[in-house]
Design a protein around this ligand. Structure first.
Ligand code: DSN
Length: 402
């Protein structure tokens, strides 16, 4: 046990001493962590509230009903399944509900910002379903006309939107119009932008999509897990049987309970202020990098892409490693039209969800941009850069106090 506790302490120190810019990460609150670590982990509860395969479920039933109600209230939606263990499993169940006999999905490819489960050959998705992809414009934006053209030609069963590395707002209304014209279903994976949607700072997919999937731990700032939402009484039945018993066994009721806490936390004014600050910080960092001469995308959400190859002559992998040496954590990412492999990439994905939770201000966001620019272009050395990281992180909240 002690070896594990020692490693957890080391990880806690790493999180406190570093600048966390991985766009899909965040710091869960004390309450979320307390509930995730509760005795609820002891309980088996296969099934759904009121119809379980085990006795002794009266309290977990109540907890799961609260989680469902809070999810529906937060996202203004009729039905929710709060059991998916992850976003990937939420997507698997959503595909199953939408295409019980297999089918064709039109989505954005991983290299352009889609997710592994959006049809990557190494994921279950492309093995069980046929995927075709719509391209991005040269400037990295969605081209709704070209989505429509491909959809009319290919006649997919489902058009999938919602991405993992896409810095602009998505017009879900336009995608619904295309689905209606083509006569296909609409699915949205809002894992990355769920917090922005909850705070009403991004157009909600709920009124437009047949099924919306999400994770709960990215901008939504809850426990690690998945979520599925729909307004359709027919689809929720299919979703429920696709989650359990088709893909999953017993739900993680300690995580379901922590999701309930997270939905309540996200339904507050302070969460809306957090999202405003997160989006402002992201914007300032990307703009400051561009003002300094780097090639970075603009942003309309919580992340942007930095082209390290054209800005500093180093691959995304090299930039990621170099920044990690000074405690700045990012992840290498393909940028639109990337010529390098996904293992190398020409850039980084940078997001402000985590650091904003710790108290990063807009002045700090500009300082982070200067730090990244000066260090990656060798204008400052490792010692100077590390001392800047220390100066910034020592002003912020410790992660155990969030
Ligand atoms: N792997 C996550 C991300 O980093 O975006 C998506 O599931």
């Amino acid at each position: 046990m002690q070896d594990i506790l020692d490693l957890i302490q080391k990880e806690q120190d790493r999180q406190n001493k570093g600048i966390e810019l991985i766009a899909s990460e965040n710091y869960a609150s004390k309450d979320v962590r307390k509930v995730t670590g509760s005795i609820l982990t002891n309980k088996y509860a296969e099934g759904y509230p009121g119809r379980r395969y085990y006795g002794g479920c009266e309290f977990v039933d109540e907890i799961e009903r609260i989680a469902i109600k809070e999810a529906c209230d937060l996202f203004e939606c009729k039905f929710a399944n709060v059991q998916p263990h992850s976003g990937s499993q939420a997507n698997a169940a959503a595909y199953r509900a939408l295409m019980p006999n297999g089918g064709k999905v039109l989505s954005l490819v991983l290299n352009d910002g889609g997710h592994l489960t959006h049809g990557s050959p190494v994921s279950f998705s492309s093995n069980f379903y046929t995927f075709i992809h719509y391209p991005l414009d040269k400037d990295g934006r969605l081209n709704y006309e070209s989505i429509k053209e491909i959809a009319l030609q290919e006649k997919p069963d489902v058009i999938l939107s919602g991405y993992s590395a896409f810095p602009y707002e998505i017009d879900f209304k336009k995608i619904r119009e295309i689905c209606d014209e083509v006569g296909c279903l609409m699915m949205v994976d809002m894992a990355h932008i769920a917090g922005l949607v909850a705070a009403k700072k991004h157009i909600s997919p709920i009124p437009y999509a047949d099924i919306v999937t999400s994770t709960t731990h990215k901008t939504l700032r809850g426990p690690r897990g998945g979520l599925i939402l729909t307004n359709s009484p027919e689809l929720i039945k299919k979703i429920n049987s696709a989650v359990f018993p088709f893909y999953q066994g017993g739900p993680l009721e300690h995580v379901v309970a922590a999701k309930a806490v997270c939905f309540k936390e996200a339904h507050t004014n302070s969460f809306v202020k957090y999202v405003e600050s997160l989006m402002e910080n992201t914007k300032i960092c990307s703009k400051t990098l561009r003002d300094l001469g780097a090639i970075a995308t603009d942003t309309e959400n919580h992340l942007f892409l930095l082209n390290t190859l054209d800005s500093f002559g180093i691959t995304g992998l090299e930039a990621q490693k170099k920044l990690e040496e000074i405690g700045v954590t990012t992840n290498k990412n393909m940028i639109p039209g990337d010529k390098l492999t996904p293992k190398e990439t020409s850039g980084l994905r940078i997001g402000f969800a985590a650091v904003t939770t710790r108290g990063c201000t807009k002045e700090d966001a500009a300082e982070i941009a200067k730090l990244i620019f000066n260090y990656l272009s060798n204008k400052i050395n490792k010692e100077e850069a590390s001392s800047k990281v220390k100066e910034l992180t020592s002003k912020w909240k410790l992660i155990e106090n969030i």
